[in-house]
Structure formats: C-alpha cells, structure tokens
Write a protein that binds this ligand. Structure first.
Ligand SMILES: Cc1cc2nc3c(=O)[nH]c(=O)nc-3n(C[C@H](O)[C@H](O)[C@H](O)COP(=O)(O)O)c2cc1C
Length: 214
C-alpha cells in the first residue's frame, strides 16, 4: 500500500469514542470523499436511528436510501440544485408514514404484552387519531420521525460518517421521485459519506440565552 492509501484525509476527525465527542464533532458537511458507503454501515446507522423513542412506540419513521447517481441528480434538482446531494455517495431520506403506522399498529405493541397488548395498542391509536384528518395526524407522526432523524445524524457521526440535514427541497417532487404516497411527511434528507471538508465551527446561543430556571 502507498502512503496515501494508508493516511486518512486531513479533514477526517478521529472516530469519536463518547456521546459527548459524537455531538461535539458533528457539524454540517457538504463535501464528501468520493467512495461508496458500505451497505453494512448504512444498515447499522439505520438500525441505531430506529432505536429512537416515540410516543406509544409508534415508530412512524421510514427511510429511503438513494445511491443511484441518476436518481441523486433528480433529487438534487428537487433540492434547488444544492450540490451536496450528488457529491455524497448516499442520500438518506427520512420521512414519516402515519397512515402505514395506523394500519399496522399492532406490530408496534411490545411482544411481551401478547394479544392483549396488541388490542390495547389498536384501541389507543384508534381513539387518539380516528377522528383526526390525515394532515393533522401526519404532523404528529412527523414529530416522532424528527427524533429518529436526530438519532440518525449522531449514529452516522459515531460510525465516522458525516452529512448535512436538509429541508431545502420541494416535497412534492421528492414524493414523486421516490414513488411515495401523498400523505408522507419529510423530516429531511441527509446526504452522507466521509467528510472531505472541515465544515463550520458551531455557532450557538448560550445556555443562559435559551433557558429559564424555575
Ligand atoms: C431541519 C434542517 C434543515 C436544513 N436544511 C438545509 C438545507 O436545505 N441546505 C443546507 O445546506 N443546510 C441545511 N441545514 C443545515 C443547517 O444550515 C445547519 O445545521 C446549521 O447551520 C448549523 O450548523 P451545523 O449543522 O454545522 O452545526 C438544515 C438543518 C436542519 C436541522
């Protein structure tokens, strides 16, 4: 192996070893090393993201992984030409599907609760959402999916990957490109790969600016 093959890119930070390091070292990255992402790593990131909590364990989140270059180019066009969409080896689309959640809600009851648990889960969801319209309960589903999106970003960083969360796209166009039903709501899209730039240091409100203590 040559020297360049063994040396990590200068922009690659050390693999974080604690949740604090994961959070501190995450920043939005929009330029990526041009190499495919191993499917095992993508699967592990999605598995970790799906360990996020959700109300009544509803798990409204769904993922679409886009690696096909032609589809990434169409996604980029739907994202107003933002170049990180095609620069990344993969784009993870994080969305919520509350209608799928509702029609299969028994799956989300803990198996330890048995048939009674499944019946209870059905009654809970029918009672809470049966009288709401699709858009209203879709908003509730999206709130759950946003939690998984946060987990996904941290899971990626924990495995040495980076990306940028994005909502700058036309949701209707993305639904059409991915053949998703009208009712799904997007938490965001996440171009992901190995970082090829440092990104910007964090610029945040102080804790005192955003916190009251009672
Ligand atoms: C919900 C959401 C939507 C965002 N949409 C975009 C986007 O469309 N394009 C982009 O370049 N960055 C986007 N960002 C990235 C933000 O600009 C970035 O997270 C913020 O400036 C803080 O920087 P940091 O992520 O490096 O800490 C988005 C971030 C979030 C959380």
């Amino acid at each position: 192996m040559t020297q360049t093959e063994t040396q990590p890119s200068p922009a690659q930070p050390a693999q974080p070893s604690s949740i604090r390091d994961v959070i501190e070292s995450r920043r939005s990255i929009r330029r990526f090393v041009q190499e495919p992402m191993p499917e095992a790593d993508l699967r592990e990131i999605l598995r970790l993201a799906s360990l996020a909590p959700s109300a009544w364990n509803a798990q409204t989140w769904r993922f679409a992984v886009v690696q096909d270059q032609a589809l990434k180019e169409q996604l980029r066009a739907a994202a107003y030409g933002q170049p990180q969409v095609t620069d990344a080896p993969a784009v993870i689309v994080v969305y919520s599907d509350m209608e799928d959640t509702l029609s299969t809600v028994e799956e989300t009851a803990h198996p330890g609760m048995g048939d009674a648990g499944r019946t209870q889960q059905r009654q809970t969801f029918d009672g809470a959402f049966g009288s709401q319209d699709v858009a209203q309960r879709g908003q509730w589903g999206l709130a759950q999916a946003n939690i998984a999106f946060g987990f996904l970003m941290l899971a990626a960083r924990g495995l040495g990957y980076d990306g940028v969360p994005m909502l700058g796209f036309d949701p209707q166009k993305v639904r059409e490109l991915l053949d998703l039903p009208e009712h799904v709501q997007f938490a965001g899209i996440y171009p992901i790969g190995r970082r090829a730039e440092d990104g910007y240091p964090h610029h945040r409100h102080s804790v005192d600016r955003i916190t009251t203590w009672k």
